[in-house]
Structures are given as C-alpha cells and as structure tokens.
Design a protein around this ligand. Structure first.
Ligand code: PLP
Length: 385
C-alpha cells in the first residue's frame, strides 16, 4: 500500500551507529529507525541473546508461564514506579492497553461514568482508532471518522486548561514527557508535577506515554525520571527490544488491579524471543555508568548542535530536547535539511512543527558527534547560500 513516502534507499546491514546500503556506502544512523535501535545495529550482546533464544524457543503463548517475561517485568518494575507489566508488540498497542485499563479501573472502583481522557495538542500516541483519537494530528485522523469518543484536547503545558477540562466523566490524563512526533517539546518538570497534583485532587490516573522517551532516550531509563513525580501507568516500546518489536504497559499495583484474567490479551505479546531481546537490552542499559555516559554524550551533542545553529540562524531557528532526543526547529523546510544531511550520509528524522530530529543510538561516541556536526555544518552552509 502507498502509506509510506519512502526514500529510494535500501540498507543491507548495520553495525553500531552505521548502516550500509547494497553498494557498501556507509551512513551514520542518527535516526535509529525512529528511536528504536538504542544499542545501534547488531550489538554483539543482543545478537547472542536473540540467536541463543532462537535455537531454544520462539513462541509458546501466554497460556503458559514465560520465565523471561517474569524476569523482564521484575526488572522494569525494580527500575521504575511500576509494580506490574503487560507485554504487547507496538507502542500503539501499549497505549491502547492503558486506555482500556483506565476505563476498567474506574468501572471497578465504582465510577463507570468516568471514561474521558485529557490529552494534549501536538501529542502522538499511535495509529489505532483510539490512539489517533487521543492524538491531535488532523492528517492521521482524516477519513477515519467516526473517531473514538472520550478525548479532550488541551494546550501542552497549560495547567489552567487542564483544570478547566476536568468534568465528572474525566478518568485520566495522558501525556508524553517530551512530545516526540509533535516536534521535540520537553514538558517543563513543574508541568508534570502539576499534572500529578491535579490527578491526585480529582482521582484521575496519570498516564505517561514513554514509547519514544523511554529506555534511555533522554539520558535516564525513563523520561519522567527527570521530574519529581511518577505516573500510575506508562507505555513503553521502541527502544525496549533494541529493534525487536516489543512493548509494555507498566502500572502501579492499584491501577493494575482492574485487570483480571480475560480482561485483555495478546497472542504474540511477551513471547520468549521478544523477552530475550528486551532483557538483553536492559543488561547493557542498566550496567554501571551506561546511562550516565549516554546523558553526557547527549549534552555534548546538544551543545555542539546549538553552536552550529548559532552560526546558521537562517537554517536552524532553535535546538531543543533532552538527552539523545534532540529537535532542530528549522527556518527552512525541515525536509530540505533532512535531505541535505542524507546527501552527506547522515540519517535523521523529521517531525511536526518543521523539526529535524537527532535520535542517535545511545552508544555513540565523540567521533560520531564530530562526523554528524561536520555534515550539519556543511548542510547548513549549502542551505543558507
Ligand atoms: N506513542 C508515542 C509517544 C510515539 O512516539 C509512538 C510512535 O512514534 C507511538 C506511541 C506509537 O508507537 P508504534 O508506532 O510502535 O505503534
């Protein structure tokens, strides 16, 4: 189907921060398959874990215990606010699971009238019917009416609008700690504090969508860990499997109580192959010093990108983000900067609000930053001319 406007370029293999096309041409991958390959391509530990598991057991269904799933759930819980995990296969599915849990939680606690969820302008939560309804992208919604009822959209960062939108039917607030597809807009930590306070005051569930910000992308394991608050629910995907499709909905004990055998499910969710990949990703991410190093490289990349932007204000208007999630708000069409980078064999990703995103693997080093900055400088020179 014609749903993707594809670049006429195909990659044959990957190694670390690089992708190679069929002619052997090398590209620096600062897009990571849209924030997915957190450990770069073919990380030896991931390859060993996945091939080892492939020779033992691929799939057995959630009709049975899956020890590696229990282990992953315990590790995610031990390193976050959560007590429980549900595993699925994509970000949209994890958000959808959370939206269902929100309704069931209020149904179980005596408030079946509470089903509406407050979400934010510029947000993106996936492409299922419920998640395009939760988001605000008109192009994603066009032609798919009727949308799913139950979403109230307010301005990102505006607590007054949030409070004004709360009514007797409000059940939850769903927010990205850094809006990704919307153009890399980090939430002010005070805004997240405020959302937590509002949720506590009105008995709402706070639901963080960390599909893009989670798994080290912002320099901490989860993006919310830059703030003082924790959510009741959190969706995680993208980086979780380092390139293997796997996602999770994490929840507090109190929220997860709403889910009982038969409430929800997934055939593939959390199968042994996916669990081997995700546990291997955590082996590396949770190793001493790994995330601190990624955060430090992120700071350097941010500073250096800002320095290039300052020299080329006619091309880059602003640089913003957190960790290795960096948005270049363009003063030229973002596609032209993205194309100019690709011509110089650096891959980035565009986002809404005329932004080019750098989402490099967390394993990049100073030399990769140098290489990307040389390409950016050169691309800016061309575009400014
Ligand atoms: N939520 C957020 C914040 C995302 O960035 C994305 C994807 O970009 C999704 C949900 C949807 O994830 P998926 O494409 O895996 O369904």
């Amino acid at each position: 189907m014609q749903n993707y406007a594809r670049v006429d370029l195909a990659f044959e293999r990957g190694e670390g921060a690089y992708l190679f096309d069929g002619d052997g041409a090398r590209y620096l991958d600062f897009g990571s398959g849209i924030a997915v390959t957190v450990l770069g391509h073919c990380h030896p530990h991931l390859v060993a874990a996945l091939t080892g598991q492939a020779a033992k057991l691929w799939h057995c269904s959630n009709l049975f215990r899956i020890p590696e799933q229990e282990r992953l759930a315990e590790r995610l819980a031990a390193n976050s606010f959560a007590a429980k995990a549900f595993f699925c296969n994509s970000g949209a599915e994890a958000v959808e699971a959370g939206l269902k849990l929100v309704r069931r939680y209020h149904d179980e606690t005596g408030h079946p009238e509470r089903y509406r969820v407050i979400t934010f302008e510029g947000s993106f939560h996936g492409r299922t019917l419920a998640t395009i309804s939760a988001g605000t992208n008109a192009a994603h919604q066009k032609g798919f009416a009727p949308l799913v009822d139950g979403f109230d959209h307010v301005a990102f960062g505006n607590l007054n609008e949030v409070r004004a939108a709360i009514g007797p039917e409000t059940a939850a607030i769903l927010v990205e700690p850094v809006q990704g597809e919307g153009g890399i807009h980090p939430a002010d930590p005070a805004f997240l504090d405020g959302l937590r306070a509002v949720c506590d005051e009105f008995g709402l569930l706070l639901f963080f969508d960390e599909v893009q910000t989670g798994i080290g992308r912002t320099g901490k394991l989860f993006g919310y860990q830059w703030s003082n608050v924790a959510p009741d629910l959190m969706s995680v995907a993208k980086g979780l499997g380092g390139g293997f499709p796997v996602a999770a909905l994490l929840a507090t004990d109190a929220a997860a109580k709403a889910i009982v055998p038969g409430s929800h499910g997934s055939t593939f969710g959390g199968n042994p192959l996916a669990m081997a990949a995700a546990n291997a990703v955590l082996d590396v991410l949770l190793a001493d010093g790994f995330l601190a190093r990624a955060a430090q490289v992120g700071r350097v990349l941010m500073e250096r990108t800002r320095a290039v932007a300052a020299r080329h204000p006619k091309v880059i208007a602003e640089v913003r983000g957190r960790g290795l999630m960096i948005g270049l708000k363009c003063a030229v069409p973002s596609a032209s900067l993205n194309d100019a980078l690709r011509k110089r064999r650096v891959l980035a990703v565009t986002a809404a609000d005329n932004v080019v995103r750098f989402l490099p693997p967390l394993i990049i080093e100073a030399a990769h930053v140098d290489e990307a900055m040389a390409a950016l400088e050169d691309a800016c020179r061309e575009l400014a001319a």
